[in-house]
Design a protein around this ligand. Structure first.
Ligand code: GLC
Ligand code: MG
Length: 729
């Protein structure tokens, strides 16, 4: 298996949804969503495409049609080299949206991707999601299609929220502005379901992901991103950079002294004032070096934003306080092209690069400096620990201690042999550890390892969508899939109108049910209510699928949902838990464990999740009407059953009209299906109000279904005037 795996070139589907993504002229910094992640995914996609082990990379993102942004982002497809493409799929409104507003549209994206994937000649070997929004989509696709998921967080909700709260912001306001509960819930789910977690540093893995309940160190792979090595290289022998030289030297008395260089945004976290204190209090350091600070561009400090103004005025005052004129350069302006030259100038003058930040998540500038042959002195908090461990090209400092900073700088500048060694180590270390090709090498190693580990699951998937014994598709165009209790059943008069209407649609609209009941119980009730046997029966909360009068079971669904299901172990783990009582034997099925739940037991669901997690048991918990709790395999639910059917039988999800009244109907109502919520719905569905393609009917029970069918234009009231009473628009 492992060998055959190695021989087959891989297809990777990347998902990165927010920001402005295109293959050229990235608009970095245009808004908060178009930053480092965009460069990362584009460069990663290109680097993956260069590997002989990979023959296809699709980077899937959102299609945006908005007059205020370039038409490039409205192109459904863009090439990224010979093996790569950017694929853009629309979801939600057409206009550009900031990522915090994505959440209510992501289920639509799942379904759009599913549709698109079915049209391709091949399924990906790996789905790789970037950031929580894509993680949410990737996880659903991974579950539905049985494809392993890799995830890169880029930034994490729990960390951002903690940081903002520490800065004095109110939790409630933050949750509203940033949608933290949704984001964190999605991140927890992704951590539980992903097979590979790519982090840039060890600290990110341990300290940041470590804040999550579902973090499993076993799946974390520390693979730092690459940098564009063509921009950053050591100074050639005959190096002259007149422009940056003039820019720096007009501040300095003695141009020959080594440069201590720092480059960062004027941000309090970067801790520049302690660097000045370190330099300003060490006469020795001042005698042997100059300090060059590149802290953004400025015209008039007094006209800058409050935070930047505070940082810069603090800096300028400290330079004055320690009387560092002639020794510190702090140029007002620089361009992006000056940056590589500045590193080279500092390297030429045998200087060092310093990053004294209070904390540094990754430390890109340190890698740029290293690639330029400049030894580094860096904060011991965060990513630099990894960089120095990998490259052996400098020293760490305690960012809170100016004496330590000064001492370390002195040490680094005093030993010439040491300096040379560090300079060389940095240049080589970056090539080995921080090029994109090095990244891809480590990435593929991890990926093959995962594919081997999960081969059973993958082999099972090849059976997944085979039609086993079922002859023709059980439905050809549209399907009405209705919940039974309190949706289809409840009002005899409108039910008989609905049944009559369904009978006459036999060609255009098939009829299905999706219920929490078992097959037998569903059939019996339908009989009592004089409903004919449906074409499609999704029973036991989506854990079983049968077709038509012969009640042919869908066996590949059973294979698919068996994944990670350990029924006995779950049953045993929850035995005797207070507030939980097993339902009668008839309700217990191979893929469904059902309980009554005491609603006076707050936090019960959380407790159950914790118990299962601690025993490494995986399950989908679904509660309805505040009293039922169904525990299913992770891949089973009414909603997943419908998506499986859409995929298997080749129907777009929009061809599924679904109706329901309670919690276990949620997943089939959201997304690209056409949803109908009957007027007598239970409160847990209230949160779906206002979502696209979910119609809240005024009428109750079957009358509500008829009202919904009319709303979506399926009922021609000229032909069925008796149904006029159910329309309402
Ligand atoms: C039906 C099933 C029960 C389940 C409930 C909610 O009543 O019989 O087992 O818990 O639906 O899904
Ligand atoms: Mg119901």
């Amino acid at each position: 298996m492992s060998d055959s795996l190695k021989k087959q070139p891989l297809y990777i589907m990347m998902l990165s949804l927010h920001g402005l993504i295109r293959g050229h002229d990235l608009e970095l910094g245009r808004d908060a969503d178009t930053g480092g992640q965009i460069t990362y995914v584009i460069e990663l996609a290109q680097a993956l495409g260069r590997s002989p082990d990979i023959d296809r990379v699709d980077l899937v993102t959102r299609l945006v049609e908005d007059p205020s942004i370039s038409k490039d982002y409205a192109q459904p497809e863009e090439s990224l080299g010979s093996k790569g493409r950017i694929i853009r799929l629309p979801f939600g409104p057409r206009r550009y949206l900031q990522k915090e507003l994505f959440w209510s549209h992501l289920d639509l994206m799942v379904d759009k991707c599913l549709n698109w994937m079915r049209e391709q000649d091949r399924l990906p070997d790996l789905i790789h999601s970037h950031y929580a929004d894509a993680g949410y989509v990737g996880l659903q696709l991974s579950k539905l299609l049985g494809i392993p998921l890799a995830h890169t967080g880029h930034s994490l909700g729990r960390c951002k929220k903690a940081r903002l709260m520490a800065a004095g912001r109110k939790e409630q306001a933050l949750d509203k502005q940033f949608n933290f509960p949704k984001r964190i819930e999605a991140e927890e789910a992704v951590l539980a379901g992903a097979s590979i977690l790519v982090t840039s540093t060890r600290q990110e893995a341990n300290d940041q992901y470590g804040l999550y309940d579902n973090f499993r160190p076993k799946i974390a792979a520390v693979i730092p991103p690459g940098i564009d090595l063509s921009r950053f290289s050591p100074p050639p022998r005959a190096f002259t950079a007149h422009h940056v030289q003039a820019m720096v030297d007009r501040f300095l008395q003695d141009h020959e002294k080594p440069i201590i260089l720092t480059i960062c945004r004027p941000d309090a976290r970067k801790n520049l004032h302690r660097l000045i204190t370190a330099y300003g209090t060490s006469k020795q350091l001042q005698d042997m070096s100059n300090l060059v600070i590149i802290a953004g561009n400025r015209d008039n400090v007094l006209k800058m934003g409050e935070d930047e103004q505070a940082v810069l005025s603090n800096l300028l005052f400290s330079i004055d306080e320690h009387d560092l004129y002639g020794r510190v350069a702090i140029p007002k302006h620089h361009t992006n092209d000056d940056i590589p030259e500045l590193y080279r100038l500092a390297a030429k003058r045998r200087g060092v690069f310093v990053n004294p930040a209070l904390t540094e998540p990754f430390g890109l500038t340190l890698i740029e400096a290293a690639a330029s042959g400049l030894p580094i002195i860096a904060t011991e908090d965060g990513g630099p620990t990894d960089i120095i461990a990998n490259c052996q090209n400098g020293l760490l400092v305690n960012p809170m201690d100016p004496d330590d900073i000064a001492r370390t700088l002195l040490m680094a500048l005093s030993n010439r042999a040491q300096w040379k060694k560090w300079s060389k180590n940095g240049i080589n270390g970056v090539k080995r550890h921080y090029s994109w090709d090095a990244h891809v090498k480590k990435y593929l190693k991890q990926l093959y390892h995962t594919l081997r580990r999960e081969r059973k699951q993958i082999r099972r998937n090849s059976l997944l969508f085979q039609h086993q014994g079922e002859s023709a598709p059980p439905f050809n165009q549209h399907v009405l899939v209705s919940d039974i209790d309190n949706t289809l059943l409840g009002d005899r008069k409108s039910l008989s109108s609905l049944v009559e209407w369904i009978r006459q649609q036999s060609r255009a609209m098939a009829f299905g049910i999706a219920t929490g009941r078992s097959l037998d119980s569903a059939l019996q009730t339908l009989k009592e209510w004089k409903v004919p046997t449906p074409d499609l029966l999704i029973t036991s909360v989506g854990s079983e699928i049968h077709y038509g009068n012969t009640l042919q079971p869908d066996l590949s669904w059973n294979h698919h949902i068996r994944f990670k299901w350990r029924r006995c172990a779950i049953e045993e783990a929850l035995q005797g838990l207070s507030g939980l009582r097993p339902q009668p034997e008839a309700n217990q099925r191979e893929f469904k464990l059902s309980y009554y739940m005491n609603h006076n037991e707050p936090g019960l669901i959380e407790e159950i999740k914790k118990i299962l997690k601690n025993l490494n048991l995986h399950a989908n918990l679904i509660h309805s009407h505040g009293e039922f709790l169904d525990i299913l395999p992770v891949r089973a639910s009414k909603g997943q059953a419908i998506r499986y059917l859409a995929y298997k039988w080749g129907l777009p999800l929009q061809n599924f009209l679904v109706s329901g009244d309670s919690g276990n109907d949620t997943e089939m109502l959201i997304g690209d299906t056409l949803g109908i919520v009957v007027g007598n719905y239970s409160p847990e569905l209230h949160r779906l109000k206002g979502q696209t393609q979910i119609y809240f009917a005024r009428h109750h029970y079957a009358a509500g279904i008829l009202e919904g069918l009319a709303h979506y234009g399926f009922i021609d009231t000229d032909k069925y005037p008796s149904l006029l009473e159910y329309t309402h628009d």
